[in-house]
Write a protein that binds this ligand. Structure first.
Ligand SMILES: CC(C)(COP(=O)(O)OP(=O)(O)OC[C@H]1O[C@@H](n2cnc3c(N)ncnc32)[C@H](O)[C@@H]1OP(=O)(O)O)[C@@H](O)C(=O)NCCC(=O)NCCS
Length: 201
């Protein structure tokens, strides 16, 4: 078997998306409450200065303890090392002007002979969830991995009670290959499974 390691390009492509109508919410990205609005969101490569804006999203999601098995006492610097990828891997942000609404990171899942399989992770600001950003970042990650020549994408540990993520990844073509039983200690649900999810590109 002769598999070639994908030549991963540090893409900086920008994707303009229209956020779904948000309805009357006071957290409507600073716009007047009560108005239904569409927000122009850009997905772009993250730069060093973005980390201080990603950090509150990261720490909130990790502290909730429902979706990631990251240590809950990570310092700002240690968390940065986990989340901010170096080229040729990539971390991106979804921004509305100066406001970071979400972030994703994408990279080879394994080095060497496993490097043709990509992986990705996603975090959307809890105040901006459910408005299409996760789907937009998921589509971006798939496009990035495909353009970089990866063979497939694998998510290693999707918490089975994370219904939004499981629904979203299935709708983007991922299948559940298997579930490691009782592998995640959920603060409300107790021991739940971790799905391995996969799709060819
Ligand atoms: C999971 C996550 C990335 C999804 O992003 P999002 O912006 O909230 O999701 P979207 O608005 O793009 O919605 C995606 C789909 O999930 C659906 N969805 C949202 N919440 C749901 C829920 N509780 N149950 C079932 N489906 C749900 C939406 O209806 C949408 O499906 P549709 O397009 O078929 O209607 C985001 O919620 C998040 O960051 N969660 C915390 C961290 C996390 O779980 N990361 C992923 C780890 S695998």
């Amino acid at each position: 078997m002769s598999l070639t390691t994908p030549q991963v390009k540090a893409t900086v492509s920008r994707v303009n998306i229209l956020l779904r109508a948000c309805g009357p919410r006071s957290s409507d990205f600073g716009r007047a409450p009560g108005r239904r609005t569409f927000a122009a969101v850009i997905i772009r490569a993250a730069v060093d200065e973005d980390w201080v804006k990603i950090w509150p999203i990261f720490s909130q999601i990790v502290a909730a303890g429902q979706t990631y098995a990251y240590p809950e006492d990570l310092s700002l610097i240690a968390a940065r090392q986990l989340w901010m990828e170096e080229a040729p891997a990539q971390t991106v942000v979804a921004v509305d002007g100066d406001v970071v609404l979400g972030s994703a990171k994408m990279r080879p899942n394994r080095p060497g002979r496993g490097a043709h399989v990509s992986t990705a992770s996603f975090m959307i600001d809890p105040a901006a969830q459910g408005r299409g950003l996760g789907r937009a970042l998921g589509e971006y990650a798939i496009g990035w991995a495909r353009a970089a020549g990866f063979h497939s994408m694998q998510f290693n540990a999707v918490v089975e009670s994370n219904t939004a993520a499981v629904h979203l990844w299935r709708s983007l073509g991922f299948q559940i290959l298997g579930t490691v039983p009782e592998a995640f200690d959920h603060p409300q649900n107790g021991l739940v499974g971790l799905h391995v999810m996969y799709r060819r590109l």
